[in-house]
Design a protein around this ligand. Structure first.
Ligand SMILES: [Mn+2]
Length: 344
């Protein structure tokens, strides 16, 4: 706690005095936590008088389109020049919900070219590289949105939380915890949610906006995936789903449509690890999920798919075909599960 407060003091020093141009950057394929924490933090910075731009490497999914401020987010893939300009002009850069800036596509170059702006990390992923000017790295926290809440609480106080800040933070917490179903759910987190409610959060509104906003194509793709593409392995202890580019095209796939599919196999009794493989033009995207302490998919992702993440949610990439990727997964779970302390 003392260490945290010392960091807040340093952060305050960066943010007092003359207004600054600030870039708030978050990860590729931005999710609810990435966008929610970025927008909430940006709103705080604006309220302190700063000029703030939120940047993402590629477009956020449409189920986040309701968030206040999201229309101003600069999508580097679509507005490359503007994004480069904003990063180049920044006097301070916040890196939200990721720890390695080499995973930001075209934004990586822009950030590295800006050698004068201090870089401040706000993140909950494991093993940050330790090369930030100031580093808020708390892998024990469920989400970057919760970490952002804690920073706001200490830096400017909870009275400065507006309805939109409350909603955006809640959306991040809700999505990163699977709607409070997994991850580190602490009394502290619930107290923070209570404060967000006091500040005007409407939980059903955010829940509906995020979870009941799918297209018919997306719901049909889920049905297709579960019915035809879900396979069980290792006597029902492991599962996977896969979607080829052709199958996604047939279902008018939109970015973000397969979000969350990987969680479904974990609703089957006995399944300890679930994987989802989606084919892109350049590689196979690998998403991994587990529940509880038995199977650490962060370790699994690092070992077999050159990726990482959290204990119960991780990801990686595979540069062989979809079929070979699935074969590799089968071998990997056969090798990995016996090393885990499985309770049944
Ligand atoms: Mn997150």
């Amino acid at each position: 706690m003392e260490e945290f407060l010392n960091k807040i003091t340093t952060l305050k020093e960066y943010l007092t005095g003359a207004p600054k141009r600030i870039a708030v950057v978050t990860h590729t394929n931005p999710d609810g936590d990435a966008i929610g924490s970025s927008l909430a933090w940006a709103e705080v910075l604006v309220s302190l008088g700063h000029e703030v731009s939120c940047l993402v490497p590629n477009r956020y999914p449409s189920f986040l389109g309701w968030m206040q401020g999201v229309e101003n987010v600069v999508v580097a893939k679509e507005s490359q020049e503007l994004a480069a300009e904003k990063v180049a002009a920044a006097e301070l850069v916040f890196i939200m919900d990721l720890n390695k800036i080499d995973r930001l596509d075209t934004l990586t170059e822009a950030i590295e070219a800006n050698t004068t702006a201090p870089r401040i990390l706000v993140d909950h992923h494991l093993s940050p590289p330790n090369d930030y000017t100031l580093q808020f790295s708390y892998p024990d926290l469920c989400s970057t949105a919760f970490l952002t809440y804690k920073i706001i609480e200490q830096m400017v106080g909870i009275d400065s939380i507006s309805v939109s800040i409350a909603e955006n933070l809640y959306a991040g917490i809700m999505t990163d915890t699977g709607n409070f179903a997994f991850s580190t759910l602490t009394p502290d987190l619930m107290r923070a949610v209570a404060v967000l409610l006091e500040r005007g959060l409407n939980i059903p509104k955010v829940h509906t906006a995020v979870y009941d906003s799918y297209t018919a194509d997306r719901v049909k793709l889920l049905g297709y995936s579960l019915c035809h593409k879900m396979k069980l392995l290792e006597e029902g202890r492991a599962a996977y789903l896969s979607l080829s580019e052709r199958e996604m095209r047939q279902h008018n796939f939109q970015l973000g449509d397969s979000e969350g599919f990987v969680n479904y196999p974990l609703t089957i009794v006995g399944v300890k690890i679930s994987a989802m493989f989606t084919e892109t033009r350049k590689f196979i995207r690998v998403s991994l999920r587990s529940r509880g302490d038995e199977v650490d998919v962060n370790v699994f992702a690092r070992k077999y798919f050159g990726g990482g993440g959290h204990k119960n949610a991780a990801g990686g990439k595979s540069f062989v075909s979809l079929r070979e990727t699935i074969e590799n997964y089968k071998k990997a779970v056969a090798e990995f599960l016996p090393t885990c302390d499985l309770k049944d």
